[in-house]
Design a protein around this ligand. Structure first.
Ligand SMILES: Cc1cc2nc3c(=O)[nH]c(=O)nc-3n(C[C@H](O)[C@H](O)[C@H](O)COP(=O)(O)OP(=O)(O)OC[C@H]3O[C@@H](n4cnc5c(N)ncnc54)[C@H](O)[C@@H]3O)c2cc1C
Length: 489
């Protein structure tokens, strides 16, 4: 056996989930190899330079750096330092009728804004309840790090950390956001319903009918937690984790696509296309469960096959990176724009635009240039090809121009990507991104567990902690580590 190709633990994929588990294992003294097929780390949370601008690969908004949230917990535990600045105003939402909502971080300010723009009826009740639930979910998720329970040891752990309060909140897992809106007599407030639907789509990947109140309330309160910006793009959130792993004698190996994984003599054997073969005692797959099962030459636990979601229950993204000249001052860097008619070719009812921060001079080579990252959902990516990209691009730019974000003539460079590009960038089946959406038929405790084969292989990533973006992916990585550590270390 070539010593160089042996790691105590191999992590497949260097997205936020994989880097989380890898860092925690490295902290325990394990020699960790992270095998990444792309030429850059980070997967859906990354940034790349092109034609004088630094573009984001996917994620642009960032929450969860507080100590009771996943990234805050992780950075405190490992000592990894993230340089991020807090945004004064997390987001603006532009409704179809031209109304602009400021999504203030402060709950009281936000309730007043919601009452002013949607009418007073039950807004306070709705948001106070949502925030209470959201606080509960974040607090509980870090207390219940063996969730969902798969073994007796997880149940014992769950019971040890359980409280009466946790039991009190369980009914919200059975209630949809639509039912909550109905209960509070808010369903005939069409602008508010559209608002909830489009906001849920970016944080829970689904609409009011399919998102339970536990996750839905947490998703809607995303902007009521401090939101951050990282200079130079989110690759600078990822790089400190890569450095940490490498400083602890691990390796993050790029252009290292895994083709097949088998089991022999108590070790996992990993075949890659370009970087040879690897062996390890512990295996952690941080790629979607759909892709993971394709690689395995051995049986995973049956729950994984049963839990697979097909393309028509998934989303991908149509995305644009735009470099443009502008000296305009914006009140917020993140904006959701609701559309009067669905975006041609794509079919989505809203687009999301994130601007580079005005104090960040590292996103563009030339002073006075800014970057806009635009993304929108593409449902059922296997069957939605987006044949005429230009038509969708034109509609996006026209919308941005009509709202005063930029002018056609100020654009210096732009490019766009479809589900096909996502498949190429991340290898994710059908190019689906954003994780598994929330569905009412899947209760929180029915989420995919982390124990892949019941032995020394584990799974994390945004298919195991559905629809909550970077915080969810990070939490899934923490949970995979906790279960592995409890089982073996
Ligand atoms: C357009 C878009 C916008 C988003 N916006 C936000 C946002 O604003 N805020 C937020 O919090 N979240 C956002 N998200 C969601 C968030 O980015 C993801 O949920 C999260 O980054 C997923 O992390 P992950 O580690 O689970 O998966 P990934 O990021 O997909 O990481 C998996 C990694 O595995 C690699 N890989 C795949 N197959 C193999 C193989 N066979 N061998 C080796 N390596 C392999 C991939 O290249 C990839 O790097 C957005 C996502 C997208 C796509």
């Amino acid at each position: 056996m070539e010593e160089d190709n042996y790691f105590d633990a191999c992590v497949i994929g260097s997205g936020m989930a994989g880097l989380t588990t890898a860092s925690l294992l490295a902290q325990q003294g394990l020699k960790v190899g992270v095998l990444e097929q792309n030429w850059l780390p980070g997967g859906c949370t990354s940034s790349y330079w092109r034609k004088g601008f630094v573009f984001e690969s996917g994620a642009t908004t960032l929450v969860g750096l507080e100590r009771n949230m996943p990234l805050g917990y992780l950075t405190k535990k490992t000592g990894i330092e993230i340089s991020a600045k807090k945004l004064a105003l997390p987001m603006q939402v532009h409704l179809k009728n031209g109304t602009i909502l400021n999504r203030y971080h402060n709950l009281e300010e936000w309730i007043k804004e919601a009452e002013a723009k949607f009418g007073k009826k039950n807004q306070r009740k709705f948001w106070e309840l949502c925030f209470k639930i959201s606080e509960f979910v974040w607090d509980t998720s870090l207390k219940q790090k063996m969730f969902p329970p798969e073994k007796m040891v997880d149940l014992i752990n769950a019971a040890k950390n359980a409280s009466l309060k946790q039991v009190k909140f369980i009914p919200y897992a059975f209630m949809s956001m639509k039912a909550l809106l109905k209960k509070l007599d808010l369903l005939d407030n069409q602008y508010f319903v559209d608002f909830c639907n489009e906001q849920l789509l970016i944080t829970a990947q689904n609409h009011i009918e399919e998102v339970n109140v536990l996750f839905g309330a947490t998703a809607l309160c995303y902007t009521n937690y401090p939101n951050y910006y990282v200079d130079g793009g989110l690759i600078n959130l990822v790089n400190p984790f890569v450095d940490y792993i490498e400083n602890k004698h691990g390796k993050v190996i790029l252009r290292c696509g895994v083709e097949k994984i088998s089991k022999k003599d108590g070790l996992y054997h990993i075949q890659t296309k370009k970087k040879g073969n690897f062996k390890c005692e512990y295996l952690i797959s941080s790629i979607p469960v759909n892709n993971t099962l394709e690689l395995l030459d051995f049986e995973a636990k049956p729950q994984f096959k049963k839990g697979l979601l097909e393309s028509k229950r998934l989303n991908s993204a149509f995305q644009m990176g735009i470099g443009f000249q502008s000296d305009k001052k914006f009140d917020a860097i993140h904006h959701q724009l609701h559309l009067e008619t669905p975006l041609p070719e794509v079919g989505s009812a809203s687009i999301f635009i994130s601007l580079s921060h005005e104090t960040d001079t590292t996103r563009a080579d030339e002073a006075g240039h800014k970057v806009a990252s635009v993304s929108t959902h593409v449902h059922d990516p296997e069957n939605n090809f987006i044949e005429n990209k230009e038509k969708a691009e034109n509609a996006v730019i026209d919308k941005l121009e009509s709202l005063g974000f930029l002018k056609w003539e100020d654009i210096k460079y732009m490019h766009s990507s479809t589900p096909k590009a996502w498949h190429k960038w991340t290898r994710r089946e059908f190019g689906f991104v954003g994780g598994y959406p929330q569905y009412m038929s899947i209760k929180p405790w029915q989420m995919l567990g982390a124990r892949l084969d019941g032995q020394k292989a584990y799974l994390c990533g945004d298919t195991t902690y559905p629809g909550q973006g970077i915080p969810g992916a990070t939490l899934s990585g923490i949970i995979a580590f906790e279960k592995l550590a409890k089982d073996h270390l």
